[in-house]
Design a protein around this ligand. Sequence first.
Ligand SMILES: *[C@@H]1O[C@H](CO)[C@@H](O)[C@H](O)[C@H]1NC(C)=O
Ligand SMILES: *[C@@H]1O[C@H](CO)[C@@H](O)[C@H](O)[C@H]1NC(C)=O
Ligand SMILES: *[C@@H]1O[C@H](CO)[C@@H](O)[C@H](O)[C@H]1NC(C)=O
Ligand SMILES: *[C@@H]1O[C@H](CO)[C@@H](O)[C@H](O)[C@H]1NC(C)=O
Ligand SMILES: *[C@@H]1O[C@H](CO)[C@@H](O)[C@H](O)[C@H]1NC(C)=O
Ligand SMILES: *[C@@H]1O[C@H](CO)[C@@H](O)[C@H](O)[C@H]1NC(C)=O
Length: 567
Amino acid sequence: MKFLPILSLILPFLPQSQATYKMVAINGAPELKDSYPFNVTTGQSWKDCLQRCLKSLESLTCHMVYLKGDICYFYFLGDFHKIRNDGSELTMANEMVAFKVDIPNGQCLGSASSTLASHTGSYELPEYMGIDITSYGISETSESYDVTYNYADECNRPYRTGIPCETCSYRMYSFRGTISMENGVSGANGPWNQCVTKCLHDATCILAASDKYLSCVLFKIETFDKFYITDNYEIDSTTANYISVKLTNTIPSKCSGVQELLLSNTMDVTSFNNGKAKSMSLMLYRNRNNEVENCPKAMMSFRGMPKLVNPIAPSSKSWKECMYECYKDSNCYMAYMKNYPDCRMAYYGNVDNIIRIEAPPTSSSALHFAAIKYVSDDITCTMNFTGLWTAGRPLKCETSASNYNYSAYQSTTSGLSSTFSWIGKNAGCIPGFTEKIPGVNGCVRLIVLNNVTVNRSAAIAGCYKYGTYGLMTISTSEAFSVFRKAMTTISRQAGIYHIGMSRKTATSAWQWDFPELEIDKSGIAWASGEPKSTNLYAILNITATTAVLISSSASQTADGELCYVPS
Ligand SMILES: *[C@@H]1O[C@H](CO)[C@@H](O)[C@H](O)[C@H]1NC(C)=O
Ligand SMILES: *[C@@H]1O[C@H](CO)[C@@H](O)[C@H](O)[C@H]1NC(C)=O
Ligand SMILES: *[C@@H]1O[C@H](CO)[C@@H](O)[C@H](O)[C@H]1NC(C)=O
Ligand SMILES: *[C@@H]1O[C@H](CO)[C@@H](O)[C@H](O)[C@H]1NC(C)=O
Ligand SMILES: *[C@@H]1O[C@H](CO)[C@@H](O)[C@H](O)[C@H]1NC(C)=O
Ligand SMILES: *[C@@H]1O[C@H](CO)[C@@H](O)[C@H](O)[C@H]1NC(C)=O
């Protein structure tokens, strides 16, 4: 026999409201994994909790209350989906759920389930909340009460699970987890559903998070590089830990509606679009620490026309799968799709240049979807999309590439056109050939050509040619004794050499090409009268006893260059 209490708290919802709301209570508990309370209060009586949901200020956002022991959890429409049905058994934990429902004529029926079935399933929600729910229904099975929500426009549904993703351009997936709030922007504070919906409709938003109840923080492209996911759904009384990721359907696409696939180690691609043509794909990678990150590697996607040498053509069905083929293949650098569904992949070294396109595709035979594989290193883990073109420094290739002919590449960009210089595999730090500098990662290689002098751009090209990453940073004065020793081994005593220091304009600060190698500034010793006010580059002038910096122009030639070899 089922005895289900119907609480007869008949209180007006809002003064202007025509509806008569009642709290209808059943024994049970919401499925924690897919429910998101907006307030947790301890030490209130059950009756007080129901009163609060019905007629306090919070009644506007309260549509369901869950009681466990002496803790009340308050829920907003759309933030609860499945309630366990405990029938007439009051559990040891004393768990109850009360739905706020509008009952025709205020008439409660004989049982909670028939009362729930008869309610009109509508709420008056203020427009500013942006919630598009037109009605909802609660159906009862012996296992659960299942709540379904109806939307005026199905694509306004901030999906949570089981998503039929073909129909709408955007979907949201919610999780429990954390992210650094530093670069987020405070959105509309309110219940979680409001926050998720806000992100769904904000073209620049790609992730929403809440660390405190009723707070909402929205994230744009390139404002985060990792977040954490937890499988612990226990509700904390002060910390919300809600995360929702927005996925954009790239056209043409097939997408998975299975939330778990999104964060599996085998990856899933998320294409983010900031409303303009620029987009970014994160290979969401869930590591053992439950950290979800786009490191250690990511496919960064955009539109463009690459010049590919010997491209590979894997069989694939969608752009997403094409990118994934490249992501998996450690030799692959670029995925490209001009015509749907012809996937092309280029290996490291086999892309000469690319011209980016900043407009959306107009036909499936001129998609020009391209994606570059970005492999993080200690320094550039947080690099953003723009950095691919403007980093001004070599970016690493995947070291596990079986065809490991290149260790890095450097892009040179002018407007929308970029060319790639491929940096051959370096042999690392070899004694007698390259020199270690105390306290500095990697080593320095001195490149000197007999009877030939080189200008700055030729010096940099020379560094790349020998598999080094560019001109060296002199971190300390100790470095000079190392340079002298290096020169002794090649029977050179004096000369001027290009090093990795420059400034952008005549008024900006001097900077090392690899600032992370700088230990102290004792290496910066300018010759008297230096630097000259118009010069933008630094050269090292070494004699048997002195080593000073002199400034130079781009065309100034020197006897060679000091290059950086990463270890
Ligand atoms: C819940 O609401 C009560 C009453 O408005 C408030 O005092 C409390 O701080 C809220 N708790 C949280 C976790 O926001
Ligand atoms: C991208 O990274 C560069 C260099 O780290 C930085 O200057 C720029 O502000 C970043 N852009 C965005 C949109 O975060
Ligand atoms: C790498 O070098 C080997 C031998 O020189 C060559 O056969 C192979 O094609 C190269 N791989 C790539 C990707 O260039
Ligand atoms: C460099 O120039 C000197 C003098 O001009 C000459 O004796 C020497 O042979 C040259 N070395 C090479 C490698 O060309
Ligand atoms: C390098 O230093 C030496 C010794 O001080 C000096 O004679 C020479 O002119 C300097 N070279 C340049 C290019 O400044
Ligand atoms: C640098 O030298 C190269 C040839 O080695 C030349 O083509 C280039 O124009 C020179 N650049 C400048 C700025 O002098």
